[in-house]
Structure formats: C-alpha cells, structure tokens
Design a protein around this ligand. Structure first.
Ligand code: AN7
Length: 344
C-alpha cells in the first residue's frame, strides 16, 4: 500500500481522541541520510534526519497533522499560533487542507522569507507583532482562553504526540535508537517529543544533545532571555514553553543542552551543504553543537551511532546565502570571459 501519512502509520501509538478526523499531507517518512564524509572525520556513524523534506519544509508538519486533525474533529473553525515561521507555514497548510481559517502571529521583520511566503500562500491571515515570538505566544494563549479559537502551538498536547513519530521512524530505520540524538532547541516542543517518543517505543534510548543559539539560550543560562537575538531566527526564543521538559529530557538521557555562536551555526550549515544537505540555519544547530563539543574533547563521537536532526529546509531562508556563502559572479555573454573566470 502506498504511504498514507503519520496518523495512518503510527496512529496506534498516538492515543488521539475518537473524534479525530485525519487531515494529512503525507508528512513524515523523511529520510535518514548517511553522511560518509562527516562520519569518517569524526570516526562515527552519522546520519541526518532530514525534516526539511516534509510537505511544508519543516518538522512542524508531524505535530500539525495531529493538532489540526483533533481540532477539526471537535468542530474548531479557526486555528491560531505564534511562530518564528515554520509553525505558521505548517498551520496554514493543514488548516487550508481541512477548510479552517488560520491566523498566525509572527515577530515583525524576523521571519525568513520562505516561511512568510508559505504562510501567505496557504492562505493564513498573517499578523506581524511588534515584539518577540514570546510576546506573540502570550497573545495567542490569551485569545484562545477567551474565544473558541483553537491553539496549535506546541503547548497543544496533540502537537507533541504527532512529533513523537520522528523518534519512531528513526528506531524503525536503524532497528534501535541511536547512541546520540543532536537537535536544535527553541520553544522545546521537539526535544520533548523525541524523548517521549523514544521512551514509548522501547527500542533503546539515545543520549540527547540539545543546542540553542548563544543569543537565545535560556535553558543554558538558567533564566528567560528578554531580547533573544540570533541569525537562526527559527530558534530566536527567550522563554521556551516546554523548557522544563527539555531540561528533563537532557538530564534523564544523560545528555545536555548547550549553546553555540551564530558563526558556529553558519559554519555547520556550510559543512552540511558541502555534503549535499542544505538546511536552514537553525537546523544546523544540532551538528554545530556536536562539532563544537568534539573539537574541544567534550564529546566522544568515536564509534558511536549519531542522528543529527535537521529540522527545516535551506530554501526556507534564502537570504542567508549571499552573506554566508559566496555571491554569484557576473560576466558578459562571451566565451573568453567565461574561460578566464573559471580558470582564474
Ligand atoms: C527549523 O515555527 O518555534 O524547540 O514557531 O523552525 O520544538 O521549538 C520553530 C522552531 C528548530 C525549534 N528548528 O524547535 C516556530 C518555531 C527549526 C524551527 C526549531 C524550530 P522547538
């Protein structure tokens, strides 16, 4: 039978209510891509779980199929979320699919072009808030307490249930959990979901390395960050809704949550692209943390099986490219100019 999406494949593990009406764009089933060069350099077996290949280009579709399916099943007509961009695009797409109205609140001027374009294309009402993601989330929580509008941020428990499926897929592909799982941490829904998923699936438990951007690292600093700042706008979050659970996951797994600089994130993004996997900056945080720690001898990768989660596609954030990579050169339309340039 052809693939029919996550609720069809893993519904028996998700404990969704009976009223759930399956809304799917055939999300999930993303590849676990071996990385031979990185593996050889680190002396480990390294795989990328490439979540950028979901229908809207990020891992958010896993939780969104569950959240929208539940919401539409109980008769919701409008959904709302705050977002650094990927949740907005995903909510908009699944709401469109279900015939719901969607409203998304984003921090003004701080959402990557591919995410904003997606949210608009899928028909969301996009509202820019003059504040941070955290401010937008506060507004969304208040409005969903006072009106029948359904909240589809990862505070919604069905988002977490859906996102557990990534852990199930990794176990199914490898036959067991990896030794380490490395991933970015923003609002902390994903790390919470992976940990719950591995525990539930009983195919072993990885150690978890959660990675925040240094300018938005409340879980490393131990306190909220009022004005988070990072080039990795997806994880520009100062008050993670599931921060406690993220810290629990790191601790229970005998792992940790660390911070890396924007330069380290961009470097990891280039390293991934140089092996054929282009991800958005936030998505490179997991690898960045692994490389930062192994360089200074804090992470023993040798002999380990490691899965690095790349949460969103590089096409989400094209503006970063000319800054961090090289700009295309321009020539007149003649052969001499071309041969001169490429033999330079
Ligand atoms: C590419 O879209 O919070 O720790 O509003 O887009 O589960 O929040 C995005 C987060 C990592 C962090 N990588 O995941 C949003 C939003 C990418 C992301 C994260 C996000 P969480």
């Amino acid at each position: 039978m052809t693939y029919q999406g996550l609720i069809h494949r893993y519904g028996q593990y998700l404990d969704l209510p009976a009223h759930t009406k399956n809304i799917s764009l055939l999300e999930g089933n993303t590849p676990l891509i071996p990385m031979p060069r990185l593996s050889a350099e680190l002396g480990c077996e390294l795989f990328i779980k490439f979540e950028g290949l979901n229908p809207t280009g990020s891992f958010k579709d896993r939780g969104m199929t569950a959240a929208i399916s539940e919401a539409v099943g109980r008769g919701a007509q409008t959904v709302i979320c705050a977002s650094t961009g990927n949740t907005a695009a995903s909510a908009a797409a699944y709401a469109a699919r279900a015939g719901l109205r969607s409203i998304v609140l984003i921090p003004e001027g701080k959402v990557a072009a591919g995410k904003l374009a997606g949210a608009i294309a899928y028909g969301a009402e996009v509202i820019q808030v003059q504040g941070s993601f955290d401010d937008a989330l506060t507004l969304v929580v208040e409005i969903t307490q006072k009106t029948p509008i359904a909240l589809v941020n990862s505070i919604n428990p069905f988002r977490i249930k859906g996102q557990k499926t990534a852990a199930f897929e990794i176990c199914d592909d490898l036959g067991s959990a990896p030794d380490w799982l490395c991933l970015p941490v923003g609002n902390a829904g994903n790390i919470t979901s992976y940990w719950a998923g591995f525990k539930q699936y009983q195919k072993g438990l990885p150690q978890v390395l959660g990675v925040q951007a240094a300018g938005a690292a409340p879980l490393v600093l131990g306190h909220p960050v009022e004005k988070p700042e990072t080039i990795a706008t997806a994880i520009r979050i100062g008050k993670p809704a599931r921060g406690e659970q993220a810290l629990d996951a790191a601790q229970e797994s005998n792992g940790r949550i660390i911070a890396v600089s924007d330069e380290q994130i961009l470097s990891a993004q280039r390293i991934l692209a140089a092996e054929g996997v282009w991800v958005e900056p936030a998505s490179a945080a997991g690898l960045s943390g692994l490389l930062a720690e192994s360089t200074v001898g804090k992470f023993e990768a040798r002999g380990k099986r490691i899965v690095v989660v790349c949460t969103g596609h590089g096409m989400k954030d094209p503006s970063i490219i000319t800054e961090s990579f090289q700009s295309p050169k321009v020539i007149p339309a003649n052969y001499d100019a071309l041969i001169d340039l490429i033999e330079e």
